[in-house]
Design a protein around this ligand. Structure first.
Ligand code: ADP
Ligand code: MG
Length: 717
């Protein structure tokens, strides 16, 4: 089939709708479109799930139970028999090739036809998937090609080169779309259009990386050559796939490299550091900074002193002490007569930061203001005035800080806490509040490196890899519904010793009534029946912010010993005296979320524990996930497990993160290729005048197309 037929239909033949392909009727087209395949290009980049190895005819003794294989044999016996238990008839054929015997079975058949076809002594070629049942191996419903008298096997196989002597692709299917049809369609797509696919990946990079041109890579990814080692195809490391994955990652990283360079080219503040406020603050602190905190602070300081704007991600496990690093960095900006904005994802967290910072800043003679969605109109007016007049040295708040109408006198540093709850757009919004301010974003989600490179690829990375001293590791136990009483007993004992505790109920949506009911009913029961001697508080998202604040204050002050809460306490809350975290319906939480929750305890010297209650309806997968929590305190391991189970979109919230969907690449397994692509992309941008060199016209066009609106690169033109 020739592709030219389609060229008149569209300027880009790869954009041809699939239903215009001969052999694809409206019915099939609809099924394909349900699978997200609408045009030629989407089909081209939709690679086979796996391959059938039909390169060799196997001896019966060499057959294995992994996948479809080709074998031959002579028919020794054939006939109908009954299954013992289900009085159902089956047709059985026993064959041998001299190395062993094999039983073939049919459960649906027409008897006269079978009797006519399967004659003892006949030779045939079979295609099927051997399965083991106890000691015997069987093949159900194999494909059969009988040899004519005198016909050699090689005559038959060489007459059908699309079925024998090669790898066959196995495509993802949908109901009503058969593998044979799928193969036919993809064969047409690949033969007709793969030669037209191209990529403006620079030739020197392609050669240095030893990659195939895209058109060749596409052809081979669908129909691998018989020389390709089967292990490579199984692991997805064959050159064809590698070439496609590299291409995909390269454009992603190129965009990130440009975004980073775009910022680096700007003229930012060159702060000087005389430790005017940081030195006195260090004296006020009740502890010494850890080595990791010092190292990270130093990295931040170097960035702030440099003339290009800082764009840094601070990553540290829950409880590693990021907040004080943020405050110290703020003081450097303030010492240089600029303002600081600190933005947190929830009101409670923002308030906590504010309450923690205020006394210190006051002692240093500095002014900090608070701004959130629930700030009253009158307060807001005065706060906005203090920000724009430069009277406020720091503003702490929620998303409200990013809104229009908040104008800074001179913003020097923007800080975003729990960055994984925000997106690229919030970062950009904060940056726009000043003239090229420094930016520090913090996260406790220890994302795997491959994911960090994609989502935060335009940021430099600082890691606090050490917890403050004196912490005892948190013990985690998974308990069944019936063991809840044990958990209560433990909490009771801890409260009696003067410790505090949390009990968390899941809340999928803050508006979901049933969940709120569960938490408040639980609250009444616990207060009256289980912990009548203690003060309990109920914290949930529907409370007014003053009420929340009051509750948190009371809990921090120890006036409330047991806090019953929905997940609004998830991020950042800091009460070192709390030593038990109990989570109801633990299987309904993501692992990263559970890790965050667990991080609310173990912040003081007391031994802490986390009790995860598994409900009866918990699935096997749910049990496995909870087992990961019990096994590991390592945020990285947990993040990897979460990523493997839920996928990157879920873990980070795809829309929020601006993470692209990959057509071919897999973030978890293709991490090595990602790093190589990143190096090449960053090198290209650093060593060339990429933005206006005509050599890269095509590359820039492609980049714009692939990134759509997400690049925020005015400079690309
Ligand atoms: P996170 O990194 O999760 O935001 P925080 O900044 O809230 O952690 O710090 C957790 C707790 O550790 C706080 O109570 C904080 O006061 C305390 N902390 C921070 N740094 C140190 C340190 N160097 N030594 C002892 N305690 C510290
Ligand atoms: Mg924090």
């Amino acid at each position: 089939m020739s592709a030219t037929r389609y060229e008149s239909l569209s300027s880009n033949p790869l954009a041809t709708p699939l239903h215009q392909l001969r052999g694809v009727g409206p019915r099939i087209a609809e099924k394909l479109s349900k699978m997200g395949l609408s045009d030629i290009e989407s089909a081209l980049y939709s690679l086979p799930l796996r391959y059938e190895d039909r390169r060799n005819i196997r001896k019966i003794s060499q057959l294995h139970e992994q996948g479809i294989q080709v074998f031959t044999g002579k028919i020794l016996a054939a006939g109908e028999s009954n299954t013992v238990r289900q009085r159902r008839k089956i047709y059985e054929v026993v064959i041998s090739d001299g190395t062993g015997k094999l039983c073939l079975k049919w459960f649906h058949y027409r008897k006269p036809l079978m009797q006519k076809k399967f004659v003892v002594g006949q030779q045939a070629v079979f295609i099927g998937e051997p399965k083991r049942f106890g000691a015997v191996r069987e093949v159900h419903h194999p494909d059969v090609q009988f040899l004519a008298p005198g016909q050699a096997i090689s005559d038959l196989t060489s007459a059908d080169p699309l079925s024998y002597g090669c790898y066959l692709p196995v495509y993802a299917l949908t109901e009503g779309l058969h593998q044979k049809t799928a193969r036919k369609i993809w064969r047409k797509v690949v033969e007709g259009f793969a030669p037209l696919a191209s990529s403006p990946l620079p030739e020197d990079i392609r050669q240095r990386q030893g990659l195939l041109p895209i058109s060749r890579a596409l052809q081979l990814a669908h129909w691998p050559s018989a020389e390709t080692p089967v292990e490579q195809l199984e692991a997805g490391t064959d050159l064809a796939r590698r070439s496609l994955v590299f291409d995909e990652f390269f454009f992603l990283e190129l965009g990130l490299a440009l975004r980073r360079q775009g910022i680096a080219l700007e003229e930012g503040f060159s702060f000087t550091v005389a430790h005017r406020y940081t030195a006195p603050l260090a004296k006020m602190l009740p502890y010494r900074l850890t080595d990791a905190q010092r190292r990270v602070l130093n990295e931040i300081k170097q960035d702030m002193m440099a003339s290009r704007p800082m764009n840094r991600l601070l990553q540290g496990d829950v409880g590693s002490g990021k907040t004080i690093v943020a405050l110290m960095s703020s003081l450097i900006a303030i010492e240089n007569h600029t303002q600081v904005a600190v933005v947190a994802p929830t009101e409670i967290l923002a308030e906590q930061h504010f309450l923690q910072f205020q006394p210190w800043l006051e002692q240093l003679g500095l002014k900090v203001v608070y701004l959130s969605g629930s700030t009253t109109a009158r307060d807001k007016k005065s706060v906005l005035r203090q920000i724009s007049a430069g009277e406020a040295d720091m503003v702490v708040g929620t998303h409200a800080v990013l809104q229009q109408g908040v104008n800074f006198h001179k913003l020097g540093l923007g800080i975003i806490d729990e960055q994984h709850r925000f997106g690229v757009r919030q970062r950009a919004a904060l940056r726009k509040k000043g003239t090229h301010p420094d930016l520090l974003v913090m996260t406790a989600t220890p994302i795997p490196r491959s994911l960090a490179l994609t989502v935060y690829g335009d940021l430099s990375l600082s890691i606090i890899d050490e917890l403050p001293p004196g912490r005892t590791p948190i013990k985690t136990r998974v308990l069944s519904d019936q063991d809840r009483i044990k958990a209560y007993r433990h909490i009771h004992a801890e409260l009696s010793r003067g410790q505090q505790a949390y009990i968390v109920y899941p809340l999928v949506e803050e508006t979901e009534k049933s969940d709120l009911l569960a938490a408040s009913e639980g609250f009444d029961y616990l207060r009256q029946e289980v912990f009548p001697d203690f003060q309990l508080g109920l914290l949930h998202g529907r409370l007014k912010s003053e009420e929340k604040e009051q509750l948190m204050r009371a809990f921090k002050a120890g006036n409330i010993q047991l806090l019953i809460a929905t997940t609004v306490i998830e991020v950042g809350i800091d009460v070192p005296n709390a030593s038990v975290m109990m989570v109801e319906h633990a299987e309904r939480f993501g692992l990263a979320q559970l890790h965050q929750l667990r991080g609310r305890v173990g912040r003081g010297a007391a031994a802490s524990c986390c009790l995860l209650i598994r409900s009866q309806r918990c699935t096997e997968e749910g049990r496995q996930r909870l087992a990961v929590m019990a096994e590991s305190n390592d945020g990285f391991r947990i993040a990897e497990a979460d990523l493997a189970i839920r996928g990157p979109g879920e873990v980070l919230g795809t829309r929020q993160s601006g993470l692209p969907d990959f057509r071919v690449a897999n973030l978890l397994s293709d991490g090595r290729i990602l790093e190589e692509a990143r190096q090449e992309a960053f090198r290209l941008v650093e060593n060339n005048h990429f933005i206006d060199d005509p050599r890269y016209d095509e590359l820039r066009q492609e980049l714009k197309m692939r990134w759509g609106g997400r690049l925020e690169l005015a400079s690309l033109g």
